[in-house]
Write a protein that binds this ligand. Sequence first.
Ligand code: HEM
Length: 342
Amino acid sequence: MLDLHSTVKQALDDADSFTAVGVIDCGQSSPLLPLQTSPTEHPRIRRALDTALTPRRVATLEPELRERAQDLIAPLAARGGGDVAATVARWLPVHALVQLLDLPTEDTGHLRDLHDRVLGPGAADPVGVAAAGREIESYFRETVEARRNQSGPDLVRALLTPDDRNLALTDAEVASVCYLLLLAGIDPVAAAIGSAAAHLAVEPHHQSVVRSSKDLRRYVEELLRWSAPVVALPRRCVASTEVGGQTVVTGSSVECRVAAANRDPEVFDEPDAFRTGRRERHLAFGSGPHHCAGAHLARLQIGLVIEELTRALPGFRPDPAHATPDPARIAAGDPVLIVAGG
Ligand code: HEM
């Protein structure tokens, strides 16, 4: 019998038996690439995305993204505190996407709204989700068409006309990748930023991690394990198989609970303790072929916010006028109220 961590990892690694195709409906009229593809088709799309979304491309976003983070944090600092979730965590990942895809800055609010209509409270209404899906598809279809014959450093153009022509994706494939980035790249980052702010407020001695980039990197990694911004990953079994000592039959729905796997006591010593520098690999970014394609961008944003929050509001604490949220259980959008340190 495997431990929970190994069981979840085994299911995520085995894309031949467990598929994400047809599992989530976020208003898309065709499968979201590269998540909802067969194991034979996935490597082509994923290689194209990885070749375009390199750590180098992500690093080029840093100066402007840092400015955006500073702009978002400045009003909080001026007021001596406020809600980090509503002012910073909600917006920075949308700015990151706008930058990555070189979209018009004035579309930031519209993209946030489209995202919320398919994944936010409005998502309970299937007709509304389908309508928002059509809008997202036409937005990215037009974006991709307009880029086809232009050169430029953004991700859309890199996917359309890569250095290696074998990696070029069609217009429809690039538009689908953009749709998935809008869905995958916002809420988990917002949740992680919210958790970081809440944790650093409740345990302010951790704020010193910003003094060294190595400590900051280790802090972010432990935060991802401990807070697991994505709780579970849904799959459908397409070939009966044995996982963790149990047979899963074709057609079964499966939930790969990464949050629980990240607290597995068989793998992580004192799993509930926040302890930086752990060696064991967490599953916050998934595992196997669909391992998060935006992990570098996610780490960059979380690290940036920690640096800029501690600079603007040194020694910040939870706002005593409000209930202190549990930093390990913060979802995207949950309020995180802080006040400047005294
Ligand atoms: C803290 C932030 C993030 C977390 C915790 C996270 C987590 C994950 C997880 C668990 C998966 C695997 C999904 C599955 O197997 O079903 C995934 C996939 C993915 N993520 Fe992220 N993600 C984050 C941020 C981002 C960002 C910023 C982007 C891009 C803008 C992004 C783009 C993607 C894409 C495209 C996939 C699908 C990869 C594939 O199917 O090959 N993610 N992410």
